[in-house]
Ligand binder design. Sequence first.
Ligand code: ARG
Ligand code: ZN
Length: 871
Amino acid sequence: SAIYLKDYKVPPFLIDKTELTFDLDEATTIVTSRLHMRRNPAFGKSTAPLILDGGEDVKLIGVAMDDYALPPEEYRISEDKLIITATADEFVLTCETLIEPQNNTRLEGLYRSSSMFCTQCEAEGFRHITYYLDRPDVMSVFTTTIIADENRYPVMLSNGNEVERGKTDEGKTVVVWHDPFPKPAYLFALVAGDLAVKNDVFTTQSKRDIKLQIFTEAHNLDKVDYAMEALKRSMRWDEETYGREYDLDIFMIVAVDDFNMGAMENKGLNIFNSSCLLASPETTTDDTYLRVEAIVAHEYFHNWSGNRVTCRDWFQLSLKEGFTVFRDQTFSADMHSETVKRVEDVSFLKTAQFAEDAGPMAHPVRPASFIEISNFYTLTVYEKGSEIVRMIHTLLGAEKFRAGSDLYFDRHDGQAVTCDDFIAAMQDASGFDLSQFKRWYSQAGTPIVKVKDSFDEATGTYRLTMLQDTPATPGQPTKLPLHIPVRVGLLDEQGNALSAELNGVAAKDHVLHLQSSEQEFEFSGLAAKPVPSLLRGFSAPVKLHYDYSSKDLLLLLSSDTDGFNRWSASQQLAVNELTTLINQAIEGKKLSFDSQLVHGFKTLLNDETLDPAMVALILALPSQAYLSELANPIYPAAIKQARQHLKSQLAHALSADFERVYREHKIQGEYQATAKDIAHRSLKNIALSYWVETNSELAQQELVAQFQTANNMTDQFAALSIAVNSQHKQAAELLAAFYEQWKEEPLVVNKWLMLSASQEQERALATVKGLMEHPAFDLKNPNKVRSVLGGFGQSVTGFHKADGSGYHFLADQIILLNKRNPQIASRLCTPLTRWKKLQPELSVKMKSELERILAEDLSKDVYEVISKSLA
Ligand code: ARG
Ligand code: ZN
């Protein structure tokens, strides 16, 4: 049954103080809560019963009101709720509950990972710990007492500051933590285990010393230095960029191996999936280094955008997530390269978020309803949500945006608020009218912007006509025009940037405000028809169509001052060429095409003034996933074949250039995760991937040599991936050697699992079944499940096998995980939700698997995704 935004009501009760005691034990954990409650004056006068949220895994031992133990007739339990009919206006409710963290396979609430206890309470995990008002607009001051055997759990952590330590009569250790900042239960955290710690100190702008601690299992302590430095950079950046200083005296991070998501921003005690925290040159690739830095920053930034100012209800999730993603993206751009970061983020958005927006789970950034909130931690809420904040930044300009964020934090500190409150602060501080713009929060689907142009020689006027239209999405058949900022520049035939006048303002770069379904923009002062550079920096999350010639695209690729659009032009050119090839493949024709990209690539490979990272990004052909998003229907094998054909053509035409670039960009010396070194490695490795396509014996040998001698995981894993993807004759041998070398490092083994599962081969399905029986596999560990099944989804021969056995296998795994870990099971459904877009023969096979899953007794998580997919 669905929950609707329009039904929101303030809570009938408040909890001013929450006192929790955890008696931790391997068999049963006893949780005692003392909740200092009162009726909420904002709710109005009422005699409404007290209804607390719980879970079927929480056993109630006893409940008391102001120390009067309630007899069974004075309360009842119905559908996971604890209902108490008669209450005073103000009282202390004491609840004693029993839970079994060791049997918690959902990884929500309190659970065990390796030998430690840890928690994940967002969004609704706290109710699996004890009965509570588990909603983000109930904010409370928490005091947490942890009782445990110090020999097994020498480290016992919770939010805030440690205020007391002692012993029980039985000799167990007691530690008390107090967090002075009121917070919702989803930010509660507890950790107990035998952990090693790295200590550091950060001195804030106002000269307060903050104690920093990162905890891991002892054998991983040598992999936290990078995260610690990233944390300090984040703290400094938030002071400088947003004026936000840290507020407690201590900030802790704990790495755990079993975690459903990336990481969690619990107040003062962030908990991370170890894959998003640990890093060392030998075991971690460049991508992962950047990801660790971004996630450390993201969780840290939540201290203000999420914790000090939190969400009123879960429909407002993007209030904290969209804004915080925008903050972490800007941070990473500042630490490295703005253009490279933008290309990576946009590429991801256009591949994965656009696909979500075009599928059965499409929803607005602020959803209007949901069945299970865990299903709405989506690319739309996070990434498109960030694009909304970025557009506000574009519309207001940096200075007024900062005034807006200052006002937002100031006005709402300590409150649980809505996306409307965020917009209101931005509008009030800037005077900029955002009333139409707000529709971005409530309208699902990716807008399509069609652009036509004309030039009037007599007056020197260039006219752009723009039409916008947002396609229908489930539950939203018609859409209103959005306020879309379109950043535009104009180039002459030689590629020079032109200054042109728009509404009396002359500039080389303009932001157009597209606000109607059709609108014209007139530029004057031009000598000839220019080539437009449209949607610079991807100024809005839309699909823009303009009929560029290959010549125009090559000009933009070589000359645009907007680095992002140079990349974008190369992608468009490649998409155009690949589309022709894909159609040939679908029709069963022999593939043949005279690629224009050869010329563009040749110039790039010989231009030493360019950032090698940008060259590498331009050389990467549009992915299988992105081409699938563009296609309708999707012919997976045809896309694969077309990409392969174009790559091979480019490789043969430019083989000498690729070989030279491969050699020129080898780095000597120690590994460093700096933008500069990462750039050289990425260009070198993509050059190698092309060079190997020519079947040159020398290239094959170079690849093996790189695999064997690399002093870092980036180069070693690049060599291995290229070997696997190019069906190198030694691929199997290298894969085996890699496992042998790294079998003691779980995070590296996960990469091996993923690559092994993604192989294109006739027996792909047998391979993946073998991997799930492999000693390195563990169904309880979400990272391993994601590696194997995520990798398998990339294998066209495996997953999209014509007889449907790949889909059948994935469906079996979803059914297996459905009850055990509903969040993971639900996420595994994503590839199946695309069934309507698949080529007809595959589409029916996918659909019947969805129907087979729907016939099972499903968790809310899986039920929502599957039923909406079939609707
Ligand atoms: N707030 C966390 C983050 O964005 C994500 C937590 C998601 N948890 C969940 N159960 N869906 O960093
Ligand atoms: Zn977040």
